[in-house]
Write a protein that binds this ligand. Structure first.
Ligand code: ADP
Length: 499
C-alpha cells in the first residue's frame, strides 16, 4: 500500500529530518507539539501541526492515546516514532497497529525481544553471536552478584536490564565495592526505567564502540549498510560518530556485518535497526545491544552509502521489497557527525537552557546540518539538549576532520552554552586524528581547563557571552595569532593535544 500521510511522534532535529523525507516522497507530514514547542522549528516545517499537551514529555510526546487519536483524526496512515520517546515502546507499536495504522519501525515482538537486555543476550547466545561475558538472567540479589562477579573476574559492570541512554551502569573494581554499587544500580534502574532488575558484564578496559546499520524488509531480505564508530562518548553517551571506522579492515566489516545481519534475523527484525558491538584490544567483537529504531547518528551512514535511511524505512513499512542486495552496497569517502548540544563542557557537560539569541549555521560543500532549531527558539529543561547535528563528509577521514573543524569554526550559536569548542578540541586531538582511541577517550584526555580560553575573563561575562567568545576565539587563535602564547588562550594543553 502507498503511505500518503505520516504523523511524526517526535520533536527537534529528528522530526525535521523525517518531515524532509516525507516532503521528498510527496507524503503529507503531520507534526505534534507540546506547550514548550508551540513555536518550534518542527511544527513550522510540517504540513500540519497539532497540539498534544503540556510541556513534560509524560503529558505530550509520551502519551500513546493522544498521539494515536491525533493520527486518526488527521487521517494519517502511518506513524514514525523517530528516536527516544516512544520509539522503543512495544506497547506503542502494538497500539498503533491495533488502531489500523502503520508503525514505521520493527514489529512489537522484535522491540520487546531486544528491550530486555538479559533476554536479548540469551537470544544472541542461542543464535551463536558472541556477547560480552556476563550473566544472562537478572541478578537475584547481592549474593548472586558476588558469585557472578567472582566467576567473570573484576572489574565488572552492573547494568540495568531495561537500560538505555548510558544510564544505570556501575563499574565495580573489587568485591568490597560491590554491595554499594549494586544498591545504587538497582535504585537508578528503578527510578530511570521503572524496572529494578540488573545484571553483570565483564568491564572491558579499552573497548571501541562499533555498530552496524541494518535494513530488513517483510520478505526475509536483510542487509547491512556498514559500520559507524561511536567511541567518542561522555557518560556512556555518544558525541562524535564516524563512518567508516578508522580501525576496521574490509574483512572485519564483512564478517561483523554478517554477524549483525544474523542478529537481526534472530529476532525477526523488519525495518531499519542498529546492532551495537564492543571491540576489545584483541579485536574480539561482542554483541552489546540492538537499537530497534532510527539512530541519532544515521546520517554518517547515509553520507558514505548515499542511501536515505528514512526513505527506506517508509518504503519497507509500506510493504515494498528492499531495493538493494548486499552486493549493491558500496562505501565512498568518510563522514563525521558532531552532535551539537546545549551543554557546558566546563561543568561536566551539564545541560544549558536559554533562548538562542544568534544563529548562523555553517554551509558549503560536504557540510550537512540536521537542525531542530531556529533563531529565538528556547532550549528548555523539558527535553534532551541536542540542538543540531553537524555532518561533514569528504574523500577521506583527514578531509572530513578538516571540514568539520572549518564548519565548527564558522558555526555561530549564542544564547546558550554549547559544546562547539569541545568538538573542535576532540577533532584536533592527536589520538583522535591518528585513530588510536577507545570509549574512555574523553574521561582520559579531556580536562575542562583545556577550554579555558579567556584567562578568567569568562567568569565575569554571562555564561552565554562566554560561550560565544570561547568559541569564536578559535578563529582568532588559528588565523590571527600565530603564537598561541601571545593570544588570549590558556591552551597549552590544547596545543599539545593538537600536535
Ligand atoms: P545503553 O543502552 O544505556 O546505551 P549500552 O549497553 O549500549 O548502554 O552501552 C553504552 C556504552 O557504555 C558503550 O558504548 C560503552 O562505552 C559502555 N559499555 C557498555 N558495556 C560495557 C562493558 N561491558 N565494558 C566497557 N564499557 C561498556
Amino acid at each position: 500500500m502507498r503511505i500518503k500521510k505520516i504523523l511524526i511522534a517526535n520533536r527537534g532535529e529528528i522530526a525535521v529530518r523525517i518531515i524532509n523525507a516525507c516532503t521528498e516522497m510527496a507524503i503529507t507530514s503531520v507534526a505534534v507539539y507540546s506547550d514548550a514547542d508551540r513555536s518550534s522549528y518542527h511544527t513550522e516545517r510540517a504540513d500540519e501541526a497539532y497540539h498534544i499537551g503540556e510541556s513534560p514529555a509524560s503529558e505530550s510526546y509520551l502519551c500513546i492515546k493522544k498521539i494515536i487519536d491525533t493520527a486518526l483524526k488527521s487521517k494519517c496512515d502511518a506513524i514514525h516514532p523517530g528516536y527516544g520517546f516512544l520509539s522503543e515502546n512495544d506497547r506503542f507499536a502494538q497500539e498503533v497497529k491495533k488502531a489500523g495504522l502503520i508503525f514505521i519501525g520493527p514489529p512489537p515482538e522484535s522491540i520487546s525481544a531486544m528491550g530486555d537486555k538479559t533476554a536479548a543476550r540469551k537470544l544472541m547466545i542461542e543464535a551463536g553471536i558472541p556477547v560480552v561475558p556476563g550473566t544472562v538472567e537478572p541478578l537475584s540479589g547481592k549474593k548472586d552478584a558476588h558469585s557472578a562477579a567472582r566467576e567473570i573476574g573484576y572489574p565488572v559492570l552492573i547494568k540495568a536490564v531495561g537500560g538505555g541512554g548510558g544510564k544505570g551502569m556501575r563499574k565495580v573494581e573489587k568485591a568490597s565495592d560491590l554491595d554499594e554499587a549494586f544498591n545504587r544500580a538497582v535504585s537508578e534502574a528503578t527510578s530511570s526505567f521503572a524496572n529494578p532488575h540488573v545484571y553483570i558484564e565483564k568491564y572491558l578496559n579499552s573497548p571501541r564502540h562499533i555498530e552496524f546499520q541494518i535494513l530488513a524488509d517483510h520478505f526475509g531480505n536483510v542487509i547491512h549498510l556498514g559500520e559507524r564508530e561511536c567511541s567518542i562518548q561522555r557518560r556512556h553517551q555518544k558525541v562524535i560518530e564516524e563512518a567508516p571506522s578508522s580501525i576496521l579492515t574490509d574483512r572485519e566489516r564483512e564478517s561483523y556485518g554478517d554477524l549483525a545481519v544474523r542478529t537481526a534475523k534472530a529476532c525477526g527484525y523488519k525495518n531499519a535497526g542498529t546492532v551495537e558491538f564492543l571491540m576489545d584490544e584483541n579485536r574480539n567483537f561482542y554483541f552489546l545491544e540492538m537499537n530497534t529504531r532510527l539512530q541519532v547518528e544515521h546520517p554518517v551512514t547515509e553520507e558514505v552509502t548515499h542511501i536515505d535511511i528514512v526513505n527506506e524505512q517508509i518504503r519497507i513499512a509500506a510493504g515494498e521489497k528492499l531495493r538493494y542486495k548486499q552486493d549493491d552496497i558500496t562505501w565512498k569517502g568518510s563522514a563525521i557527525e558532531c552532535r551539537i548540544y546545549a551543554e557546558d563542557p566546563l561543568n561536566d557537560f551539564y545541560p544549558s537552557i536559554g533562548t538562542i539569541s544568534d544563529l548562523k549555521e555553517p554551509t558549503g560543500n560536504g557540510v550537512r546540518i540536521d537542525s531542530g532549531v531556529k533563531k529565538f527558539n528556547e532550549i528548555s529543561v523539558f527535553y534532551d539538549p541536542l540542538i543540531a547535528k553537524l555532518i561533514c563528509s569528504a574523500e577521506d577521514r583527514k578531509g572530513a576532520i578538516e571540514k568539520s573543524c572549518r564548519a565548527l569554526d564558522d558555526y555561530v550559536l549564542s544564547g546558550v552554552t554549547t559544546n562547539l569548542s569541545f568538538c573542535y578540541y576532540v577533532l584536533n586531538h592527536k589520538s583522535f586524528r591518528s585513530g588510536k582511541f577507545d570509549t574512555h577517550f574523553i574521561d582520559r584526555e579531556f580536562k575542562p581547563g583545556l577550554l579555558n580560553v579567556f584567562n578568567g575573563k569568562e567568569k565575569a561575562m554571562s555564561a552565554a557571552a562566554a560561550a560565544h567568545y570561547k568559541h569564536k576565539s578559535l578563529k582568532t587563535n588559528r588565523f590571527v595569532n600565530s603564537s598561541a602564547k601571545q593570544g588570549n588562550w590558556k591552551i597549552t594543553g590544547l596545543m599539545d593535544a593538537m600536535s
